[in-house]
Design a protein around this ligand. Structure first.
Ligand SMILES: Nc1ncnc2c1ncn2[C@@H]1O[C@H](COP(=O)(O)OP(=O)(O)OP(=O)(O)O)[C@@H](O)[C@H]1O
Length: 258
């Protein structure tokens, strides 16, 4: 299915350009352990990382190394035992639960391997979901949802339910939904894991193209070497920290692991 290059409406472009000047994600000395019947299982051990708007980072590593745990913490869905996470000058873990939920909704877009589309909602309603989480979506947001759906090539399926879509089409909807709030950070957990090689390649191109236009930070956990190679940086999570150096970053951001 063809998709059209998405051009942001003027008012969104202005907002994003203004905010991308200061967009930063900083993680310092993050630690996370889980209790077990024996001693605590240390999953993240003084992990540090710094990214800027426009960066895309692939996190790879063996099964059980803590990739999803790290993504959950960056997504503010779980809390670290110690260490700091700063997104756009905000420490989300200093917020109360209601403020944190609003912060997450406004600043972080999620893409999951199994898409997490609500089965009873059509394509447009699924894309609009983040806009109605804390009230009624604005006209601008509805317009934006239509633009995004067009950009991912799903306008002719706008009234279809997820059960009527292929895996690749569901992925397109999930990408559109992740961007509808103009997030600072897009988090993707195995975004191409359930797709065939051709569709995975198309989705990777689409996601990276939109992420760059938005000036957002993209962090993807993946076992796919192809997806990892497409990102501006690749880091491996081993022994609770990110190893390896940044490669090919065009934005000059740095990583600062211990
Ligand atoms: N809520 C939890 N309670 C206890 N242990 C947990 C919990 N969540 C994760 N773990 C453990 O933490 C470790 C890291 O898990 P995580 O899911 O982050 O790894 P991963 O690198 O994403 O693995 P995979 O590539 O297989 O998805 C694993 O040993 C896992 O069993």
């Amino acid at each position: 299915m063809a998709w059209r290059r998405f051009h942001l409406p003027r008012q969104f472009r202005k907002d994003i350009m203004a905010s991308s000047d200061i967009l930063r994600l900083r993680i310092n000395d993050l630690c996370k352990s889980f209790a077990t019947v024996d001693e605590p299982l240390v999953v993240l051990n003084r992990l540090s990382l710094e990214l800027s708007g426009g960066d895309s980072l692939a996190i790879v590593g063996p099964s059980g190394s803590g990739k999803s745990t790290l993504l959950q913490i960056i997504g503010t869905l779980d809390r670290p035992d110690s260490g700091t996470l700063i997104i756009d000058d905000t420490d989300p873990f200093s917020l109360n639960d209601k403020q944190l939920a609003k912060f997450r909704n406004s600043n972080i877009g999620f893409i999951f391997q199994d898409h997490h589309l609500l089965p009873q909602l059509n394509v447009l309603q699924n894309v609009l979901l983040p806009t109605i989480a804390f009230g009624k979506g604005t006209d601008d947001q509805v317009q934006r949802a239509h633009e995004l759906i067009e950009s991912v090539g799903m306008t002719d399926r706008i009234n279809h339910l997820p059960s009527e879509l292929s895996g690749g089409q569901k992925e397109r909807v999930a990408i559109a939904r992740s961007l509808v709030m103009s997030p600072s950070v897009i988090l993707a957990d195995e975004p191409t894991g359930n797709l065939d090689a051709n569709t995975a390649g198309e989705m990777t191109t689409l996601l990276l193209d939109l992420q760059k236009q938005f000036g957002a930070i993209l962090i993807a956990v993946t076992h796919s070497e192809t997806l990892a190679a497409s990102m501006s940086q690749q880091r491996e999570l081993v022994g609770g920290a990110l190893t390896g150096s940044s490669t090919g970053s065009s934005t000059g951001s740095s990583t600062t692991d211990q």
